[in-house]
Write a protein that binds this ligand. Structure first.
Ligand SMILES: Cc1cc2nc3c(=O)[nH]c(=O)nc-3n(C[C@H](O)[C@H](O)[C@H](O)COP(=O)(O)OP(=O)(O)OC[C@H]3O[C@@H](n4cnc5c(N)ncnc54)[C@H](O)[C@@H]3O)c2cc1C
Length: 357
């Protein structure tokens, strides 16, 4: 075990553009490495120059292991697995972190299986225990508790982490080295190949970076009631998010699922309606500045972590919120003698039943 040193990050790239998740993991690896007096390694595969690879040093890497080859420009399961395993076997890092992205979900288990080590998927935190061993935090047992996972007998310790869990570090003026690694791949390693990339249609306001998120859960009850969330989000200039059961019901697209296996959001205001507050979801919203929860069950776990809670039926409370907002907006527009914006003309006007709740 003593032979293994350094916290490594696999740097994901798509069509030559480094993804933020790799940089976020570099920031966390830097923190862990500083605390244990070791180094940070960045593993970069693609068609990159040394100068481009050097940029990773400013985000916290001490050593960048660069596998550069035109055939690595796009992801190939077998070739990438082979080269990552080769580097790890040769250099012996004590930990390897990979983004919990579709690419990471393909690569990480392959690498862990080949190296015969453990892998904690979808971690929501990485920290050091008292004995200096890496603790990998994952919601467990139906999301009712946080499980602390350690890998006591195998190295490297491997973990995947969703984009957005850790902040992206600011680039700094730092020293480090880029190490060019030999790329030995055969045609056989390139057999499963990416044929084409297609951008997914963006159906909703982007959750990433939204300062207001209005999120609906299974308690919203129907696709029709979902419109209440969309109207409130529009009025607040925010985005709509969903829990997994709401996505499963088809009320919202999968891209807006929030939580451990969805998106991690950091808005100024998060409003959760008909959401129970199971840990799998809460980990995706817990860094919101203000959390407001609407739930008809006063014992819903979400009330324990929120800043403001409304015990009530969301299909009545939301129209009341909407009505009040419209009323305020109308007053402001009247005061400024300007026309009230078009979006005011929804079913939940200040005079509707919602306002009287
Ligand atoms: C490995 C794993 C990963 C997961 N990842 C995620 C994830 O990323 N994101 C995620 O969301 N889930 C995830 N889940 C699922 C998660 O465990 C919960 O099942 C889910 O978050 C619960 O969603 P919910 O709160 O919408 O539904 P429920 O738990 O069914 O809660 C519905 C709530 O609505 C309330 N309610 C009912 N009617 C009304 C009403 N009219 N007005 C107001 N309140 C009402 C109820 O009191 C209840 O509290 C994951 C599960 C596993 C096992």
């Amino acid at each position: 075990m003593g032979d293994y040193r350094g916290f490594w990050v696999f740097i994901e790239q798509l069509q030559g553009r480094v993804s933020d998740v790799g940089l976020e993991l570099l920031g966390k690896a830097r923190e862990l490495a500083d605390a244990t007096n070791t180094y940070v390694g960045a593993l970069l595969l693609g068609d990159f120059s040394k100068a481009k690879a050097k940029e990773l040093i400013s985000y916290g890497a001490d050593k960048v292991y660069l596998f550069s080859h035109e055939k690595l420009a796009t992801y190939h399961s077998l070739a990438y697995t082979k080269l990552v395993c080769q580097a790890v076997t040769q250099e012996k890092p004590e930990a390897l972190f990979i983004g919990a992205t579709p690419l990471g979900a393909n690569l990480a288990p392959r690498v862990a299986a080949q190296l015969e080590t453990g892998l904690s998927a979808h971690c929501v935190d990485l920290r050091l225990g008292e004995d200096g061993i890496l603790e990998q935090i994952v919601p467990g047992f139906g999301g009712t508790m946080m499980a602390v996972i350690i890998c006591p007998e195998k190295r490297p310790q491997m973990a995947t982490v969703m984009p957005g869990v850790f902040p992206k570090p600011e680039p700094q003026d730092r020293q480090g080295e880029v190490i060019s690694m030999a790329v030995e791949i055969t045609e056989k390693d390139l057999v499963p190949r990416v044929v084409e990339f297609k951008a997914k249609e963006q159906k909703t306001v982007a959750l990433d970076g939204a300062s207001v998120v209005v999120c609906g859960g299974y308690g919203m009850g129907s696709k029709e009631n979902w419109q209440l969330l969309e109207e409130l989000a529009r009025l607040l200039g925010g985005a709509v998010g969903a829990t997994r059961p709401a996505v499963d019901e088809g009320w919202a697209p999968e891209e807006v699922m929030i939580g451990q296996s969805g998106k991690i959001v950091h808005p100024k205001l998060y409003i959760g309606a008909g959401v129970s507050g199971i840990m799998h979801h809460v980990v995706g919203v817990q860094d919101s500045e203000i959390i407001v929860v609407i739930n008809k069950d006063p014992n819903a776990p979400f009330f324990q972590v929120c800043d403001f809670g409304v015990v009530g039926d969301a299909t009545q409370v939301l129209p009341a919120f909407i009505g009040k907002l419209k009323e305020r907006q109308k007053r402001a527009c009247d005061f400024l003698s300007i026309e009230t914006p078009q979006m005011n003309e929804g079913p939940y006007s200040p005079d509707s039943k919602g306002d009287s709740q």
